[in-house]
Design a protein around this ligand. Structure first.
Ligand SMILES: [Zn+2]
Length: 69
């Protein structure tokens, strides 16, 4: 299992609860592998903020890591 941190300084709040998002470790399944990823999560409802660079850029790095093995 690999560890990735996507914690960023953010003023994001949950749209439902209006709570500040907190850093939390989440297991993400991607390309058939499970990654332990730190993401910003709503403490009340569990909403997970997926940053744009995770969706677009850094997952490419993850793919490259997988291909290297
Ligand atoms: Zn919430």
């Amino acid at each position: 299992m690999s560890n990735f941190s996507f914690i960023a300084e953010t003023d994001w709040r949950c749209a439902c609860c209006n709570k500040n998002l907190q850093a939390s470790k989440v297991n993400v399944e991607y390309m058939g592998s499970v990654f332990n990823v730190e993401l910003m999560v709503c403490p009340d409802c569990g909403f997970v903020l997926i940053p744009e660079d995770l969706a677009l850029g850094k997952m490419l790095q993850v793919e490259q890591l997988l291909e290297d093995k």
